[in-house]
Design a protein around this ligand. Structure first.
Ligand code: SF4
Length: 530
């Protein structure tokens, strides 16, 4: 199957969620949602295994993977406050979910090995990855290689075959029979095991229910699993985006000069088979959620299991007393980023942009600049759209998973995106937006992920704020015409290269600040509920 281009709403801005970490909470919830769907939404028992050498072995409890996974099994939406109580609700419903850590040699740091059984006696085996920013890949189903990302309607059809020429139904005959029943899929993949075959079909729109009935009636079909899309932007094989690299965008902007946000809207409309107006309004809705979260954070939040108390209000108080270096745009940005991070840590609703751990940097900076410059909401929407297209390039060329490449691909990526967004809001050209992003990303390479006490709060708050300050400086450098020297595409590739070269301990696996004496003491205190 060909690799589809990233989508702004799937891969970059979103999901809208509660919880501290998108790769832990949202990724786990989405994986579990597909596991639940594969059992006809009727789960009795699940065993989830994490590899001892992966990131999840250390972080699955503290970063909310367990909570996210059980929520997905229970069908609790990621914005529903009930997700905080999901584990108790599952026990009450008689659903048994067990998490184990063992050594099975997984290659990816966020690898899930899952055995699930339904109340009707069916069972499924899955392997899945949480690949950053809430995006997932289901990579194995009942022993077959699969590739499911949650953006299509999918049929997984198991055929019992002997694969010998004199058998009543050879694999090829059964495959032909299935093809006659099903509408033309967007993608089809066939995998063989010695005694059975899996046909994995992807559809852009939902097949009629009569198709499923006809499949189940077909001799030789032993099982059909139907999965629904779980991502906001659905995919189709025919989507053709206008550009895939910063170079292509820059070339296009030279022949058809337009602001960066218009190219972003055009790109996402083509990716999601929708209109540019629809893309704009979806982004406005994202900004509305962010503005509500900032207001909530500024009112002050409480949550038992966290390190930091409310602090966002301190900026205004201290500024009024003349205690701060006077810089209204920066100080408003610090305040907004802090408010967003505090809502996240209090399990309020935020937008992972590009991740939950880095949910403050990009939107807090865009709105901080918008507020201090008196810009309209439309101008802020344009800023975040421009930022989104830089995120698309990062998703294409690197990752948003700190477990793979450190905090530089979370707060660092947010900073590069914000730099482009601010440049757009200041009337900069496409070239200046891309230059601002490149400068910002060059400034943050090598940023470790080393959360204190296994919580996504410290140094996360400071790193989000640093990302905002870096974005402001980088935008001004680009707007003033500074030379970025290294083009954005090469910068992203270098950032990824540096990230994967970081020692594992500095990629969200209990290193750096996370293993200091102070961090261990805080962790012990929080685990005792003190
Ligand atoms: S250090 Fe950065 S990447 Fe790591 S948990 Fe904190 S915000 Fe996320």
């Amino acid at each position: 199957m060909k690799k589809l281009p990233p989508s702004i709403f799937n891969d970059v801005i979103g999901p809208v969620m509660r919880g501290s970490s998108s790769s832990h909470v949202a990724g786990a919830s989405r994986i579990a949602t597909l596991v639940r769907q594969s059992l006809g939404n009727d789960v009795a028992r699940v065993l989830v295994e994490f590899d001892v050498n992966g990131s999840l072995a250390e972080t699955h409890k503290g970063h909310g993977t367990d909570m996210g996974f059980v929520s997905g099994i229970m069908g609790i939406d990621m914005t529903d406050p009930a997700m905080l109580d999901a584990e108790r609700l599952a026990r009450g419903a008689g659903i048994d979910v067990e998490f184990r850590v063992l050594d099975y040699g997984a290659e990816h740091p966020n690898h899930f090995r899952i055995e699930a059984a339904g109340k009707n006696g069916n069972s499924r085996r899955w392997e899945a990855l949480s690949v950053g920013g809430g995006m997932i890949e289901m990579i194995k189903f009942d022993g077959f290689d699969v590739r499911i990302e949650g953006d299509f309607y999918e049929f997984l059809i198991t055929l019992i075959t002997s694969n010998t020429p004199d058998a009543p139904n050879t694999a090829d005959e059964l495959i032909d029979a299935v093809k006659k029943i099903c509408p033309q899929p967007d993608f089809i993949n066939v995998e063989h095991l010695p005694d059975k075959t899996l046909m994995a079909l992807k559809f852009a729109s939902k097949p009629d229910s009569s198709v499923l009935k006809a499949l189940l009636a077909l001799s030789g079909v032993s099982d059909v699993v139907c999965l629904e899309p779980i991502l906001p932007t659905h995919s189709s094989a025919s989507c053709a985006v206008p550009f895939r690299t910063p170079e292509q965008l820059e070339a296009l902007a030279k022949t058809e000069p337009r602001p960066m946000w218009e190219f972003a809207a055009q790109y996402e409309a083509a990716r999601g088979n929708t209109t540019q107006d629809d893309v704009f309004e979806k982004m406005r809705a994202i900004l509305d959620i962010t503005e509500r979260a900032i207001a909530e954070g500024l009112r002050g939040t409480e949550y038992r299991d966290r390190i930091l108390g409310p602090q966002a209000f301190k900026i205004d108080e201290s500024a009024k007393q003349g205690k701060l270096v006077p810089c209204e745009t920066l100080n408003t940005t610090i305040k907004f980023i802090t408010a967003l991070m505090e809502v996240k840590s209090a399990m309020g609703v935020i937008v992972a942009a590009p991740t939950a751990g880095a949910c403050g940097c990009l939107p807090g900076t865009i709105l901080g600049v918008g507020k201090t410059l008196g810009l309209s909401q439309d101008e802020c929407v344009k800023g975040i759209l421009a930022a989104g297209i830089v995120g698309v390039f990062i998703a294409e060329l690197a990752t948003f998973a700190a477990e793979v490449a450190g905090c530089q691909v979370e707060c660092g990526a947010g900073s590069g995106m914000a730099a482009a967004g601010i440049t757009q809001m200041m009337g900069g050209s496409v070239e200046q937006c891309l230059d601002a992003a490149s400068i910002a990303l060059q400034n943050i390479t090598g940023l470790a992920c080393d959360p204190v006490a296994n919580r996504v709060e410290v140094p996360c708050l400071g790193k989000n704020i640093m990302g905002g300050a870096n974005a402001l400086a980088s935008a001004n450098m680009a707007l003033a015409g500074y030379d970025k020297v290294i083009p954005l595409e090469q910068t992203i590739i270098a950032m990824y290269d540096i990230g994967v070269s970081l020692p594992k301990e500095l990629r969200c696996t209990f290193g750096g600040l996370g293993k200091t004496k102070a961090s261990l003491e805080i962790r012990e205190r929080l685990e005792k509920g003190l």
